[in-house]
Each structure stands twice: as structure tokens, then as C-alpha cells.
Design a protein around this ligand. Structure first.
Ligand SMILES: Nc1ncnc2c1ncn2[C@@H]1O[C@H](COP(=O)(O)OP(=O)(O)O)[C@@H](O)[C@H]1O
Ligand SMILES: [Mg+2]
Length: 221
């Protein structure tokens, strides 16, 4: 089997990309999926967390920020995985563009600020450009992240995303201590934070962007 490749990208740093990759990878690995993460960020935030803090079922990790080798790294991991998640750097660098070009689908985390919404729109344009250049569709969704739940600013941000006709997931990720704690504890959050991740996973499955069940043949490399 060959994995689905899901790239997490935004031109803006601090939007919650790495946090989303940590939560998705850990949750899906705990469900029995063979998950691989390619860390295409030269800062290696995911990879160093995986080495030093992550506590959970095995996730295959490859740090590859060199755009000349990125697509190859993804291809190498795909046959032994159900899912390859690609974490990217927070600027429109070439590795991020290659990660978009290699993706079956792209998630664009976006916090509820005007600057972030503008950057999300820019990221979607970049994805559209990559799709055009490669003459295929690269579906993408904005994932509202770090939402302060039930606040006016959050309602306003969601309304702005919709007014700008930016495709977004219904599921969103709240601004929760549990997500920040994950960077220290290495454990993927349960409770309300875990439910948000589960809702996002369910929605992504509905879109056909995540496998429904672990394949028997895939094995951690
Ligand atoms: N949903 C969230 N709730 C609380 N803190 C968050 C959340 N998402 C991200 N953070 C924190 O914000 C900072 C930036 O997040 P990160 O995932 O590293 O962003 P990016 O990878 O897009 O640069 C980190 O310190 C992280 O712990
Ligand atoms: Mg990051």
C-alpha cells in the first residue's frame, strides 16, 4: 500500500502547524495506523520533539529540509506507511512548496487574527499555483486553530474566513493549555482537546484524506 500524503503548511509561523502534526500523528498512531512524519522545517521542531519528548506508539520520523531530497524522502516512507504527514516551515520556502506539490491534500492552520487570515489566503493561492503547475488538483482546507472558544474574536474570524470564501474545516482546534503542554509532556492530549483532534480526524476521513483503517501490510520503518 502507499500512504496518503498530508502536508501541513502556512506561510505564517506560529499558526499551529507543528502542534497539529504532533496531535494528528500521535492520535492516529494510537489508533494503530502506521504514521510517518517528514519534518521539512530546518528548525526541526517536530523531529527534536519526537526524539526527546514524544511518548506514544511509534511514528517514523525523517527530518529533511533540503528541497532537492524532500520528495524522495516522502516517497521512501510512503510504501511502509498508512499516512505521511509533512510539517513545513512558516515561510513560503522551496521545501514547503515541494511538500505542497507532493501532497494528496494540504491543511492550512490559521489563528483568529487578520494577519493570519490574509496569510492563509496567500497559502491557498500558493497551493492553487502548485496545482496548476502540476496540472492536477491539490485539495486544501484552512483549519481554524488556537480559537478562544465562544469569544467574539473567534466568531468574527470564522465569519471572515467564510466571507473570504476560504474553504475551511468545520472542526477547529481551540487555544488550550493541553496542546501547549504536549510540547513538554510528549503526550497527545485527551479530554476536550483530544475530542477536537478526533473531530478533525473524522472530518478528514469524510473528505477521504485519511485512511479508514490501518493496512495490514504497512510496517513502521
Ligand atoms: N491549539 C493550541 N493551543 C495552545 N497553544 C498552542 C496551540 N497551537 C499552537 N500552540 C503554541 O503556539 C506556539 C506555536 O505553535 P506551532 O505549532 O509551533 O506553530 P508553527 O509550527 O505553525 O510555527 C507553540 O508554543 C505551541 O505550543
Ligand atoms: Mg512549526
Amino acid at each position: 500500500m502507499t500512504a496518503t500524503v498530508l502536508t501541513v503548511a502556512s506561510t505564517k509561523g506560529g499558526a499551529g502547524k507543528t502542534t497539529l502534526v504532533m496531535a494528528l500523528a500521535g492520535t492516529l498512531a494510537a489508533e494503530g495506523f502506521h504514521v510517518a512524519v517528514v519534518d521539512a522545517d530546518p528548525n526541526r521542531a517536530y523531529a527534536s520533539w519526537a526524539e526527546s519528548a514524544y511518548e506514544g506508539p511509534a511514528v517514523s520520523v525523517r527530518a529533511e529540509a533540503d528541497e532537492t531530497r524532500l520528495a524522495e524522502a516522502i516517497d521512501e516512507l510512503a510504501p511502509s506507511s498508512d499516512l505521511v504527514l509533512v510539517d513545513t516551515a512558516g515561510f513560503g520556502n522551496r521545501a514547503a512548496l515541494l511538500a505542497i506539490a507532493a501532497a494528496d491534500a494540504v491543511l492550512v492552520p490559521c489563528t483568529p487574527s487578520r494577519a493570519d487570515i490574509e496569510q492563509a489566503a496567500k497559502t491557498l493561492k500558493l497551493i492553487e499555483g502548485a496545482a496548476r503547475a502540476s496540472r492536477r488538483a491539490i485539495p486544501a482546507r484552512v483549519v481554524p486553530c488556537r480559537l478562544k472558544l465562544a469569544t467574539a474574536v473567534t466568531r468574527h474570524a470564522l465569519a471572515e474566513l467564510d466571507a473570504a470564501a476560504l474553504p475551511r474545516t468545520e472542526a477547529s482546534i481551540g487555544d488550550r493549555v493541553a496542546f501547549a503542554e504536549m510540547t513538554f509532556s510528549g503526550r497527545v492530549p485527551a479530554g476536550d482537546a483530544g475530542q477536537e483532534v478526533a473531530a478533525l480526524i473524522a472530518e478528514l476521513r469524510g473528505l477521504g484524506w485519511l485512511p479508514n483503517r490501518p493496512s495490514a501490510s504497512a510496517a513502521p520503518s
